[in-house]
Design a protein around this ligand. Structure first.
Ligand code: ATP
Ligand code: MG
Length: 331
């Protein structure tokens, strides 16, 4: 049995986490959930958005599955998602974006992977007011963080037989910061001559992704561009309800969907559990439980392909619970 920290999360988090737990139980996945709280859930239960017990659990188990956490806009405590990534040094945010059978979208055959740097850039949180009428945010890019995310992208490409890594930047404007990111990526590219390396300016990439998304393979991006491009890419394959993610570091891993708390549908039994379930399947792969991960993915894909018991974001009318039951039936 693998002991794994489970943070159910806020908004739709508890509903989709419960779905994953039920599906894991039905699949007899060898996982023992160590449930802890964070975000609004942490405040409600422990008076702290990131309780010490939650951190201690992740540090001990080294692997966590996390639902989305509430982040206040323009005020309040710092994003716990970001704090977790930085505190645990989960420098690599891996987001595979793949067309799924039966999921309606404008494109077919999309199979790209985003490697997003997860610890610095404008997410460093160095922000201050400059008098009453101005504010300033500091963008931090280091060689160390840029090289290791580039290494992660190239290592993944080599391991998974991918042909091309594209670095995303705006170095025409941010010559020093994005320039350093590119210089770091080029150094790593030189050590990986079998994989094609190229670079694209982020605004142009957005246009290209909408025109010809199937041309891209592995995208390597600093934190902020990686965040924005991830949501764009989710839109190419059916939306945020189906895109999983992993935050990886040397000492551990936290798996989470790309989407947020979806307050507009929270508590309505309408959230799509697929994104968190696919994140949980990535977690099983990471734990060396590939066959169980494959069974769960196959069950989900069968339900998606039939298109009958799917949630409203995918054009269906099933509830979270109904979709979950159908996945379990397929298992
Ligand atoms: P946060 O601030 O937590 O990121 P948000 O308002 O940005 O919240 P997201 O969770 O990013 O919300 O979702 C954006 C849109 O996508 C919302 O309309 C939401 O309902 C939808 N969405 C996100 N995740 C899912 C899901 N799992 N199932 C169905 N719809 C989803
Ligand atoms: Mg969001």
């Amino acid at each position: 049995m693998h002991r794994v920290t489970l943070i159910p999360g806020d908004g739709i988090g508890p509903e989709i986490s419960a779905a994953v737990q039920e599906i894991f139980a039905a699949a007899a996945a060898p996982v023992l959930w160590d449930v802890h709280f964070a975000g609004q859930g942490g405040i409600d239960r422990c008076g702290d958005p990131l309780p010490e017990a939650t951190m201690a659990s992740i540090r001990a188990n080294k692997v966590a599955l996390k639902g989305p956490l509430t982040t206040q806009v323009g005020e309040g405590y710092r994003s716990i998602n970001v704090t977790l990534r930085q505190t645990l040094d989960l420098y690599c945010n891996l987001r595979p974006v793949k067309s799924l059978p039966g999921v309606r979208s404008r494109y077919e055959g999309i199979d790209l992977v985003i490697f997003r740097e997860n610890t610095e850039d404008l997410y460093a949180g160095v922000e201050h007011r400059v008098g009453r009428y101005a504010a300033e945010s500091v963008k931090i890019i280091t060689t160390e963080a840029s090289v290791r995310i580039a290494q992660a992208a190239f290592a993944y490409a080599a391991r998974h037989g991918r042909k091309r890594v594209t670095a995303v930047h705006k170095a025409n404007i941010m010559k020093l910061t994005d320039g350093l990111f590119l210089a770091s990526a080029r150094e790593v590219a030189k050590l990986n001559p079998d994989i094609r390396y190229d670079e694209v300016i982020v605004d142009n990439l957005c246009m290209q992704l909408v025109m010809r998304p199937e041309e891209y393979d592995v995208l390597l991006a600093p934190n902020l561009y990686g965040d924005i491009v991830s949501d764009l890419c989710a839109g190419l394959v059916g939306g945020l309800g189906v895109v999983p993610g992993a935050n990886l570091g040397e000492g551990g891993a936290v798996f989470e969907a790309v989407h947020g708390t979806a307050p507009d549908i929270a508590g309505r039994n309408a959230a799509n559990p697929a994104a968190l379930l696919l994140s949980a399947a990535m977690m099983l792969d990471y734990l060396g439980e590939g066959p169980t991960a494959a069974r769960i993915r196959a069950a989900l894909e069968a339900v998606l392909a039939e298109g009958r018991a799917v949630t409203p974001d995918l054009g269906g009318s099933a509830t979270t619970l109904q979709m979950t039951d159908e996945i379990i039936r397929k298992l």
